[in-house]
Design a binder for this molecule. Structure first.
Ligand code: MRU
Length: 347
């Protein structure tokens, strides 16, 4: 089952706010509700919001009453701006919207309806490609996991964070499906608990061996010698290999280096932003403090207490052993290896 898909003229997605308690879908009738679903994290995870935004653009084209390509372009430009503003850090979102806008502006279409159909086909292609790319990353990365290992994972990078299969959790899935025996520790990932709610739910579906741990326990299990490998996802990777991922990734990376544990990120080349020299240029989303003070509606302190809530942090490239992509594992120096994998070279 796909996290997001086109269904009878609407965008259908799994409501990730309800997992693990129930598996329900929402059918979104317009691009404005797709943008809202990205912002409120009905759908989340870099590749999943990229595909959602692509379907959102196709929906905008179908909503528009424009009769000419020129007037349709005006409506698409407004939709693109709203979808791109829905979350700032993951570059997959802007990447997907820009692909569709470039297509719309290409002068290849003789009628508005031709353009509408082409945009839907392209959104569908982005979604289908995502699944195939994740499976390639899974097979490239699963060699990193050995029988008997314990692997630490942060946030949710599985089928739910993508159209299907997953990135870092996809590597774990590929290793599990190849018959390897290993254990996974899932950081609960405060404050939205993507690790506890979503990754554990996916491990349950798979029947793989896991334990949820408090975020604060990662160092304890590294120091004890139990963790042999760390796998995380990425929301945006700069040209030098610095990368943004779910808040807490940086401290795990530092602890992994201190304890001599290999630390990899797993991401498709659509997550690489070669226009940014370093991670200092990556925009970091700051979310509502209510997520910290009143998680899932449960007040842990009075609501007037003060809080801050950065959703991502940036891990400098020196902590990375490698970046698993669909075109192979990029190793330092990343300026060179990332340029090659983005150009499509197999390494
Ligand atoms: O805020 P989220 O849940 O969208 O953050 C997700 C992550 O940080 C993932 O690690 C990242 O998007 C890669 S998912 C394949």
């Amino acid at each position: 089952m796909r996290t997001v898909e086109w269904h009878e003229g609407k965008v259908r997605m799994i409501d990730q706010r309800r997992i693990p308690w129930e598996l329900v879908h929402v059918d979104l009738p317009d691009y404005q509700s797709v943008a809202a679903a990205i912002t409120d994290m009905t759908v989340r995870g870099a590749p999943a919001i990229g595909a959602s935004a692509a379907f959102g653009m196709a929906l905008a084209a179908h909503q528009s009453r424009a009769i000419t390509v020129e007037t349709l372009l005006i409506d698409l430009t407004a939709a693109a701006a709203m979808l791109k503003a829905s979350r700032p850090t993951a570059v997959n979102l802007a990447w997907a919207v820009d692909l569709l806008m470039d297509m719309a502006r290409s002068n290849e279409f003789s009628s508005a309806d031709d353009l509408r159909e082409a945009l839907l086909r392209e959104a569908q292609r982005i979604a289908d490609d995502d699944v195939a790319i994740n499976q390639r990353m899974g097979s490239n990365g699963q060699v990193l996991i050995q029988n008997g290992d314990t692997v630490l994972h942060h946030c949710n990078t599985g089928a739910l964070a993508t159209v299907d299969y997953g990135t870092a959790l996809g590597v774990i899935r590929a290793a599990f499906e190849s018959g390897k025996q290993f254990h996974v520790l899932l950081d609960e990932t405060r404050p939205r608990l993507q690790g506890a709610r979503l990754s554990a739910w996916e491990m349950e579906q798979l029947g793989a061996s896991y334990d949820i741990i408090p975020d604060t326990a990662a160092g304890f299990y590294m120091q004890s010698g139990e963790i042999k490998l760390v796998l995380v996802g990425a929301d945006r990777i700069a040209a030098n290999g610095d990368f943004a991922n779910k808040i807490g990734t940086y401290q795990i990376a530092v602890l992994a280096k201190e304890n001599g544990i290999p630390f990899y990120t797993v991401a498709p080349t659509s997550t690489v932003d070669l226009s940014l020299k370093s991670g200092a240029e990556i925009p970091i989303e700051e979310r509502d403090k209510a997520e910290v003070l009143t998680p899932f509606g449960n007040a842990i302190v009075p609501p007037h207490f003060k809080a801050r809530n950065p959703a991502f942090d940036v891990t400098p490239n020196r902590y990375l052993s490698g970046i698993v992509t669909e075109n192979g594992i990029a190793r330092p120096p990343f300026e060179d290896s990332l340029r090659r994998v983005v150009a499509g070279e197999q390494i």
